[in-house]
Design a binder for this molecule. Sequence first.
Ligand code: WT7
Length: 658
Amino acid sequence: MTTEALLHENRIFPPDPAFVSQANISGMAAYQALCAEARQDANAFWGRLARENLYWHRPFTRVLDESNPPFLKWFEDGLTNASYNCLDRNLQNGNAKKTALIFEADDGTVSRITYQELYHRVCRFANGLKALGVKKGDRVVIYMPMSIEGVVAMQACARIGATHSVVFGGFSAKSLQERIVDVGASALITADEQRRGGKSMPLKVIVDEALALGSCEALKHVIIYQRTGSAIPLLSGRDHWMHDVEANQPDNCEPEWVSAEHPLFVLYTSGSTGKPKGVQHATGGYLLWAALTMKWAFDIKPADIFWCTADIGWVTGHTYIVYGPLAVGATEIVFEGMPTYPDAGRFWDMIARHRVSVFYTAPTAIRSLIKAANAAPATHPGNYDLSCLRLLGSVGEPINPEAWMWYYKNVGGERCPIVDTFWQTETGGHMITPLPGATPLVPGSCSLPLPGIEVAVVDEAGHDVPNGQGGILVVKRPWPAMIRTIWGDPERFKKSYYPDELKGYYLAGDGAIRDKDTGYFTITGRIDDVLNVSGHRMGTMEIESALVSNPLVAEAAVVGRPDDMTGEAIVAYVVLKQARPVGDEAKKIATDLRNWVSKEIGPIAKPKEIRFGDNLPKTRSGKIMRRLLRVIAKGEDVTQDVSTLENPAILQQLKETL
Ligand code: WT7
């Protein structure tokens, strides 16, 4: 997809009056009124919403403490608990018998759990964790498949004030170990195996490998959800079955009342250095935003069946599976499998069977299902009764207008608004998104910021640029769900998100442009060394570090290349310690290196292409010219001036593909 295509989009879809009349934010005037309220007195605005949307065991007396920027505190002296807000409140509000989760396994087996049952499971497991000695402030790593148990594990940590750090089940032993060490986890919750696409993946074996890498002395307990029942080795004293931990525990567990600023979770994400950042979120502000954005962007109502297809290993799964839907008492789908198994009609079949009304997925999934539907017409959404849908969402990367139109027509029946939600791990929840009952939709544009969110496009000195001119996306005012710090590295937090030049604005790391006429935002992609591959965020430096840790490799440079399917594809330029390989040898080494990266980081980091050079294009001061590498990765000719290059001839060699 090209940015140019996005910027020349001029189709516009005003909201349907029938949708507007029932919407939580009904009409442009209602949206503007909320924005005006926030502008007039931000603290009064956020304070009102926090009181109306969350339960406070002890009310807060101050909304925002800005005395030590950029380390801000929201609702700090208020006491609350995320799990209480998600569970107990639903029992009090008449939702006890309402289905909370509809779990569909990879093989199609369906199970349901009510709010009452979920409450008891979370309480029993929370009590079990306490019995093992896990307490407020401890960190618990969760390395689990999509499951009711995964939700239970996260909610139970929240209930006892333990900070969870979920690691996506596709990460390698090494990535897992790095996160366990960095966050200083004292317990880890996993499963024997994970089932996806008819195959089993050995999670517990990977955990054992991770712990064998060392430096995990703080980790005392490994708790295992028995998913498949396959035989796994257990280390006595350290390893416990989840069902044993829950067994004989009381059905109730008094929540640990924590300050709104208490760290609810740390979630690792990629940045522009080799080391992932532990994004730390606070309890109160985060949960407030999770609940509000469910109501605003997803227009959630008691009768909705909500389905977010993300994994709990990513922030989307945290906010729109584990916390947001439960905080507003919704019924939601938790899906173990993948969109193409047993065939590419799986999503549509599940929407029709479960009568899903609000569906949230990623552009990369849509693009792959378009391709699959073209190849196998039986999997086309037109074959399924999708009349239950009333709202669609997109997240993770810019959605190209063609994919948007296909989604709108074939999935939404030209009846469902699409909310293209721009946000990040760091923002906790949606930031820029259409409101389905207010905002006219433009394919490929995430449109306007939510009320209370003040975003702008600025230049490198932090000055606003005129609409129609591209620049750096910033958030000018704080918001409750903002990242609080990088776990264990406050300096990096400051440098990454609040660089001095930007006058205290939050730096998102994306480029953006505002439309001259509508003022709508279009995201033009990352401006740092971060790639977006199938909606997954990957640091180029992480992949480079993995490559150079291979004994064959002397040097590596990784760049992204636009890709029709995955948004961006990873291209790695590699210099070996031995002579530059050619022919079959080059192919074999490339395959080995791709597998190496997969083993080091995880399959999502596997380069699509590897090219070998005698060296890399460098300036005389030794800086690798990635800009040029990006140009030749696309197969384009270098038109820039290369006179500052030490070794211009190398570009010709690096153009060669295997
Ligand atoms: C990066 C954040 C947000 C949860 C999933 C990803 C890109 C995300 C959009 C969108 C254009 C988007 C940005 C952002 N991104 N949503 N709707 N339109 N770009 O969270 O892993 O923290 O990645 O994803 O580049 O910075 P993440």
